[in-house]
Write a protein that binds this ligand. Structure first.
Ligand code: C2E
Ligand code: MG
Ligand code: MG
Ligand code: MG
Length: 291
């Protein structure tokens, strides 16, 4: 009975937090105007290779620089963007701005991979692959340095045109990442159909793995699948030295989370990378044995 209770509590912890539970409805006109005025900008969160401590890439995470409400995170507006049919527009803005910024970094010798999130609604569009190739090439950003992230639940629903798009993008050199892994019902079949290159363990698992053995086993098996399928594994939402240590010991390749850095504006990134070294983590994690 106690086991069942623990399991029940753990599964409650794994439920993704409601993204926009308290968010006020956002009018279509307001979003459309913001898109036009350039109020939507990508922030960038570093990804660090756990073995070497090297910064290997960044994930672009959109923010809305709202004229009255201040800087908004996706939880406050993404569902509205989607329901008003404006997701494609947002995707192009994020892709294009990220590629432009990523290219300036590459020119400065900062050859980071750039991860961009794709929504399910964009995935099935005909000519999506061609348009992405076009937008990214326009800025001279190397296609093989861009990773397209698709959530597990979106990947699960990928059929026909979406599968074709993903395969085409992979053939052009893009990396493909399965995001929020473990929160869908079962992506195992899609793992055999979509040529993924990366698996991102959802932060709900990272959050509970240290205290909860069942979660730990799920994470270990996910990392095992990633290894055997030759996918890079990334743990998102690493906040504590304990989580870093555990994921590293389990053989996870890459870490992303507030312990390393929060998403930041493009201008801040090169300085942050220059100041970063594995030791910075060690200093911050003085309670941990070895990093
Ligand atoms: P995601 O792709 O799984 O991104 C990770 C989220 O976790 C980001 O939230 C990031 O800020 C947050 N995060 C990273 N490390 C930590 C940590 O240590 N602790 C905690 N508590 N959170 C952490 P964010 O930026 O609010 O984005 C939420 C979601 O919105 C993303 O989840 C992604 O699914 C979606 N999203 C963000 N940008 C875009 C975009 O440009 N296009 C689309 N379609 N979706 C986007
Ligand atoms: Mg993501
Ligand atoms: Mg994720
Ligand atoms: Mg997530």
């Amino acid at each position: 009975l106690l086991d069942l209770l623990a399991l029940h509590q753990a599964s409650a912890l794994h439920k993704p937090r409601p993204a926009n539970a308290a968010a006020p409805a956002v009018e279509r006109d307001e979003i459309a105007a913001g898109l036009k005025k350039g109020e939507f900008v990508p922030y960038f969160q570093p990804k660090v290779e756990m073995d070497s401590g090297r910064v290997v890439g960044v994930e672009a995470l959109v923010r809305w620089n709202h004229p009255h409400r201040g800087l908004l995170a996706p939880g406050a507006f993404l569902a509205a963007v989607e329901s008003h049919g404006l997701m494609d527009h947002l995707t192009w803005i994020v892709l294009s701005q990220s590629a432009a910024i990523g290219q300036t970094w590459h020119q400065r010798g900062l050859a980071l991979t750039l991860s961009v999130n794709l929504s399910l609604s964009s995935l099935g569009r005909v000519e999506l692959a061609e348009r992405i190739v076009e937008v990214v090439s326009k800025h001279g950003f190397p296609l093989s340095s861009m990773i397209l992230e698709v959530t597990e639940s979106a990947a699960m629903q990928a059929v026909g045109p979406s599968l074709e798009n993903l395969t085409r993008l992979r053939l052009r050199g893009f990396g493909l990442s399965i995001d929020d892994y473990g929160t869908g019902y079962s992506a195992l079949q899609q793992l055999t159909r979509v040529p993924f290159t990366e698996l991102k363990i959802d932060q709900s698992f990272v959050r509970t793995a240290v205290q909860h053995e069942t979660t730990r086993i799920v994470v270990e098996s996910s990392l095992d699948i990633a290894r055997k399928l030759k996918l890079k594994s990334t743990a998102e939402g690493i906040e504590t030295p304990q989580q870093w240590e555990m994921l590293k010991a389990m053989g996870c390749d890459i870490a992303q989370g507030y312990l390393i850095a929060k998403p930041m504006p493009a201008e801040a990134l090169p300085d942050w990378v220059a100041r970063w070294h594995p030791g910075s983590l060690k200093r911050r994690t003085s309670s941990a044995p070895e990093v």
